[in-house]
Write a protein that binds this ligand. Structure first.
Ligand code: AMP
Length: 123
């Protein structure tokens, strides 16, 4: 896999070079609203470190970063008020999953019935 691109859009958000609608920020993570929401609630949680994708992050990040990141996902869901009715978390890695931004991120979807898991591709 190619190296981390310091100019990807989430790296720019972390450096404050482009704005975001922030939900929360912790030592290890930043959560903000997706610019093109696919559900009434669609928030992204990103680690602050330069990690390309889930494969990179889970293989190489420290235990503190991994724990801190997941706690931030849970905190964001709580702050968004979606815990009682439910939400889905999802991370895309690589081409088949259509990962668009090469900085690891977890999507939080909520605010309606999200259906069951993955639909097969349309023929
Ligand atoms: P993925 O396909 O998993 O890489 O998802 C990337 C997500 O980033 C998409 O849902 C985009 O709508 C979202 N996105 C791209 N640029 C921005 C931005 N500047 N602010 C917030 N979300 C963004």
């Amino acid at each position: 896999m190619a190296g981390y691109d310091q100019n990807n859009v989430f790296a720019k958000i972390l450096r404050g070079e482009i704005p975001c609608r922030k939900v929360l920020e912790t030592e290890h993570a930043l959560a903000f609203h997706d610019i093109a929401p696919q559900a009434p609630v669609h928030v992204l949680v990103i680690p602050k470190g330069a990690w390309l994708s889930s494969a990179d992050f889970y293989a190489r990040a420290s235990d503190a970063e991994i724990a801190g990141f997941h706690r931030a996902v849970a905190q964001a869901a709580e702050q968004l008020g979606v815990v009682d009715k439910g939400y889905r978390i999802l991370a895309n890695h690589g081409v088949d999953a259509h990962q668009e931004v090469p900085h690891f991120h977890m999507h939080i979807f909520a605010g309606r019935d999200l259906g069951r898991m993955i639909k097969p591709p349309e023929k």
